[in-house]
Design a protein around this ligand. Sequence first.
Ligand SMILES: Nc1ncnc2c1ncn2[C@@H]1O[C@H](COP(=O)(O)OP(=O)(O)OP(=O)(O)O)[C@@H](O)[C@H]1O
Ligand SMILES: N[C@@H](CCO)C(=O)O
Length: 322
Amino acid sequence: MAVYTDINEVDLKAFLRQYDAGELMSYKGIAEGVENSNFLLHTTAGSLILTLYEKRVEKADLPFFLGLMHHLSSRGVNCPLPLPRHDGALLGELSGRPAALITFLEGMWLRKPEPAHCREVGKALAEMHLACDGFALRRPNALSLDGWQALWAKSAGRADEVLSGLREEIGGELAFLEGAWPKDLPEGVIHADLFPDNVFFLGDQLSGLIDFYFACNDMLAYDVSICLNAWCFEKDGSYNITKGMALLDGYNAVRPLSAAEIAALPVLARGSALRFFLTRLYDWLTTPEGALVVKKDPIEYLRKLRFHRQVASAAEYGLASA
Ligand SMILES: Nc1ncnc2c1ncn2[C@@H]1O[C@H](COP(=O)(O)OP(=O)(O)OP(=O)(O)O)[C@@H](O)[C@H]1O
Ligand SMILES: N[C@@H](CCO)C(=O)O
């Protein structure tokens, strides 16, 4: 359960008085997510999400994330909206952490997505990429090449405790990506964490996107590669080309990938698999026993990385034209 910071009722009620959000009726911690502390509130005005921002979110980046949600919503993307306080600020403080009240989005995330859902996700990702156009703020991707090196430096010394040989394998992978990372692909604002638990469905209909706290400016095709990693592998570690084809078709129907983006997909997918491997490895090694969070398995992403390493072209992801 991702509740890193506890709140008490007295402080919460005082926090709520700064908003036009009704009277508190009940609240509970949300048993999902690994990054921030989230609470579901019921007030006389309805349901709301309270988010307390934790270790990986820089306070200085919050205007980018919260502003992006407003921008996307104004462009027709269904995503939560941060509520303004009486003084107009979108951000407050609770239990010593930066905190925001966010509108509740109806829907559920899918534990077992099917190809048709992957197509919807591809479409929604491309729509989000187009809708980000014109967003005035910029945020470089803190979890690209330099960020990976820094994360790895913190874990490398203990990596072989998790799996023998890991230190050498990941060192080699980073060296490869330093040389092979694409430089001239189309860029824009990317979600950067569009995993199944961040996409809500009502029945088979995609109802909205949440969790923009890794959003940043980077290559649009890198976001596609993140989704291939997050949506198109089965529990046994195999790549499901039918899901890949559906996701890529859905994306292409809204924003066709260029030949250069298609050619770069295998390298981008290696990079995005490494990115999630590294954050998971760091958390695996540093999250204290007994913390109220379910740690995610880094080895799942090592397996995906190894798969991408032997991919010769994007045709193997299901792109008919590659
Ligand atoms: N606006 C919202 N409307 C409804 N439910 C929400 C909303 N925001 C968050 N949730 C619920 O809280 C859970 C965790 O939220 P979120 O994914 O933002 O947390 P996180 O710690 O940033 O997670 P992650 O591990 O995906 O980075 C979601 O899976 C969802 O159940
Ligand atoms: N989606 C991420 C967690 C949030 O960074 C993962 O599955 O590792």
